[in-house]
Design a protein around this ligand. Structure first.
Ligand code: C5P
Length: 402
């Protein structure tokens, strides 16, 4: 989850700089804003044009550029970020950082910053193991600078060993971990289902329902924002994938169960999808033809697996907290209470989806939270607020049961 995080990426002169456009794209895909400083050495391996194109921002190169200083001085550049990421961090730049040398824009920004600094070193194995580098790393670690990698593997120079820059996805994951630190759900994993399912009748027709996926998607986003590593298993919806969430797209209930099982183990499962209770017994391979004058075809249905009941069943992989939804049109509370017992889940979020409430397609929801301790009536509020409040409750509960 890097939504809205400002990252100042310093690219120094190692062959691994060729991975930086991918790194910028990976960080931005997670919602981060990335601004790049490119050292003279870095510019030998990756062009400012490439970094500028993927970051959609100006790339800063020269400490003594009058226009750069007028537009954005090196102090502001280093302070406006939430974190400074040095990738690749060469042995030379690490040495300059350790001794406080500020002879170009990158090293000056590093000396001037008041923000956390993370380095992804990249160098030949001998350089990495050289006592000079070892002692620089020690000095920098003591000053609180974080390190991502390096990894072991083949090097551009043909040697094998420790010194390869971590892959863009690993660096992105490390940054996510960095920003999760201290959040209430840091260290937990969450699974959320959302949306309707589509149960195929033939290749063009299916059974579905009116679920929009708004509530489930908002819950996944809220759990991720509190620091939980969140997987959202989504049926077909028009909702964009929430930032910072791993989304698995499925169509049918059987696929949804499969994706949920693959996501285990998790600490909390919130099953908000409106899963079709039945599916056609046979999905025809070809489109069913309408023959003139013929009677309409019958539709034999079979029961779908109950994902909530399956995940709630006792066992090693049962999440610590399983939360189901009860979309009801009559006797909401009675039905929801019975459902909690029948399905074996810990909590039920009950809501009235009678057409006059506009809940299915709308942005607001009136819910009742049914736990082992009783019923809480929550006021009518936006689905985003319902999601936030539920995520807060999850965080409190997991903290107690940890
Ligand atoms: O039985 P009913 O569909 O009313 O139960 C609703 C709850 O059960 C929701 O949390 C829904 O996501 C879940 N469910 C499920 N698998 C099904 C049917 C419902 O996980 N096949």
């Amino acid at each position: 989850m890097l939504q809205g995080k400002k990252i100042l990426l310093i690219v120094s002169g190692g062959i691994a700089a060729y991975k930086c456009p991918d790194l910028v794209r990976s960080l931005r895909k997670r919602g981060a804003d990335v601004r790049c400083i490119l050292t003279r050495g870095g510019a030998e391996f990756v062009t400012p044009l490439a970094l500028g194109a993927v970051s959609e921002d100006k790339v800063y190169e020269d400490l003594f550029s009058l226009t750069d200083e007028a537009e954005m001085g090196h102090i502001r550049l280093s302070r406006e970020a939430d974190v400074v990421l040095v990738a690749p961090a060469t042995a030379n730049l690490l040495a300059k950082m350790a001794s406080g040398i500020a002879d170009d824009l990158a090293s000056t920004a590093l000396l001037a910053t008041d923000k956390p600094v993370l380095c992804a070193p990249a160098m030949n194995v001998q350089m990495w193991e050289n006592p000079a580098t070892r002692s620089n790393i020690e000095v920098l670690s003591k000053r609180g600078i974080g390190f991502i990698g390096p990894e072991e593997g083949d090097m551009a120079c043909g040697e094998w060993g420790l010194g390869r820059m971590s892959e863009p996805e690993q660096i992105t994951a490390a940054l996510e971990g960095f920003f999760r630190r201290g959040l209430p759900l840091d260290g937990t994993r969450a699974l959320v289902t959302s949306g309707p399912t589509h149960e195929a009748i033939d290749p063009v027709r299916y059974l579905a329902n009116r679920s929009s996926g708004k509530q489930g998607h908002a819950i996944a986003a809220a759990l991720a924002r509190l620091g939980s590593a969140t997987t959202l298993v989504s049926g077909p919806t028009g909702q964009p994938d929430p930032a910072g969430v791993d989304v698995v797209h499925v169509e049918s209930a059987v696929q949804m169960l499969d994706a949920c099982t693959n996501a285990l183990p998790v600490d909390v499962a919130v099953l908000a999808a409106a899963v079709s209770d039945w599916r056609p017994e046979h999905a025809e391979d070809g489109k069913i033809k309408k023959a003139p004058g013929a009677t309409p075809p019958g539709l034999a249905l079979v029961e779908n697996p109950d994902i909530l009941a399956t995940l709630s069943a006792p066992g090693n992989l049962r999440p610590r907290l399983v939360i189901g939804f009860a979309a009801e049109t009559d006797d909401i509370l009675e039905n929801a209470k019975a459902k909690r017992t029948r399905k074996g889940c810990d909590w039920i979020v009950a809501n009235d989806v009678s057409p006059e409430t506009g809940t299915f397609a709308g942005d607001a929801n009136t819910v009742h939270l049914i736990t082992q301790n009783g019923i809480e009536d929550w006021p009518r509020q936006s689905k985003t607020d319902v999601a936030r409040r539920l995520a807060d409750r999850v965080a409190e509960t997991l903290a107690v049961t940890a």
